[in-house]
Structure formats: C-alpha cells, structure tokens
Design a protein around this ligand. Sequence first.
Ligand code: ADP
Ligand code: MG
Length: 236
Amino acid sequence: MPLLRAEEVSVSFGGRRALDEVSLAAEAGHVTGLIGPNGAGKSTLFDVVSGLRRPLTGRVLLDGHDVTREGPARRARRGLSRTFQHLELFGRLTVRGNLLVAAELGPGRRHAARTADRVLDRLGLTDLAGAPADALPTGAARLVEVARTLVLEPKVLLLDEPAAGQDTEETARFAALLRSLAEDGTAVLLVEHDMSLVMTVCDEVHVLDLGTVVASGPPARIRQDKTVLTAYLGEE
Ligand code: ADP
Ligand code: MG
C-alpha cells in the first residue's frame, strides 16, 4: 500500500478548476515525480496533501488513514513534511538556527542539536552552519529548506521545485540525496522543472496538465509519451 494517496481531488478557484479529480500515489522507498507546465496545479495539490487547502471533492490518505479533514500540524505529526516553491527560511537565523527551530517540533526534539547537526552533515552544510540564511545563494538556501524538513524525519516528503537555482554540481549531489532518502524508506514526491533530474531520480512520474493527470509511468515511458510531449516538453 502506498504511504500517500490522493484520490479524485478537485479544487476550484472562483469557479475555475485548478484540480479536476486528480488521483496519484507515492510509495515508500520511491521517488515519485510530479511534472507539468506552470499553472497545471502541482503546488495546489501539495497544499491539499499537506492540509493547507480543503479540496472540493476527494480524499487524502496517509499510511492508510483518511486525513482529509486533518490540519497541517496533525499531518506533520503523522510524518508528512514539505518545502515550498517560494523560499520560506527564517532569514535572520543562521542555517543551524533554522534547523534547530524545526527540530524542536519534530520527533527528535529531545536531541534537537544532535538531530540538526546530523542533517547538516548529511547534506554537506556543516561549513555553512553559522551563516545567516538570508546571505545564502539560492541553491544553498534550497538545500537548507530541504534540510529543515529532514530534521522532522518525514515518512512522506513533498518537495516543490527544490532544485530551482541550483547549479549543475549542486543538482548532481541533490539527485544522490533523493535516492538515499528513498533507500531509507521515505516516500518522496518531487515537483521539479529540471527534466534531467526528474528522469534520473524518479521511479515513477505523473504528468499534470490543466488540473488533470494526463500520463503516469516510469520515466522511460513518460519521455516518449505523445500527450506529454505536446502538453509539456513541447513547451521548452
Ligand atoms: P503549478 O504549481 O503547477 O504551477 P498552481 O497549483 O500554483 O500550479 O496553480 C494552478 C492554478 O490555480 C493556476 O491557474 C493558478 O493561477 C491558480 N491558483 C493557484 N493558487 C490560487 C489562489 N490562491 N487563488 C486563485 N487561483 C489560484
Ligand atoms: Mg507551483
């Protein structure tokens, strides 16, 4: 059974359908990609899954529990964690400070400092631990956002364009990190525009266009899918 399931989720903004009966799943140990053009509804789906937006119809299941009516904090306690498309770091805190704030809220709160330092080390951020977050280049700031979710030891991790602003080397390291998170048993759901990253790290990819899933499958199949080429890849 997948750790995360969205079932027939619909969302409307002022009568306009942003999501129209979207169903998808993310499994433990897998990196699941969610791609699609701007405005397709990817971030809106993340809002529904994380509990920031109530869907018009449909359900969200976490580890078999229907969490559709639960708020974000409750879902976080069930092991769901996310990043945002727009950076949401505490700019005046140091990198380590940002992680400590999060660690105080997570399962590792009794050992918050140790938890934070372990994640800094894993992501190669130890040298930046004392730097103020608002002084970081975008690529590093994105990584700190991911680090901040990891101190919560998530079972399901939603990443909204985490590689935007990363350079080639950062992205390569990031790809390795995503695979190692999956190996730990995390269900990773990745929204990302960097197609080579998506095609390299994902076990399965869902393509969203105008609020509907137009294709799902392994990267090799998605790359050849005609609907996808028109809906999405043709745009680039
Ligand atoms: P994506 O993340 O795939 O680029 P979004 O989920 O951000 O797409 O947006 C999907 C659609 O919903 C877009 O047409 C967008 O303009 C609209 N939308 C998103 N958030 C809101 C909102 N808070 N109010 C009104 N419309 C919104
Ligand atoms: Mg978005």
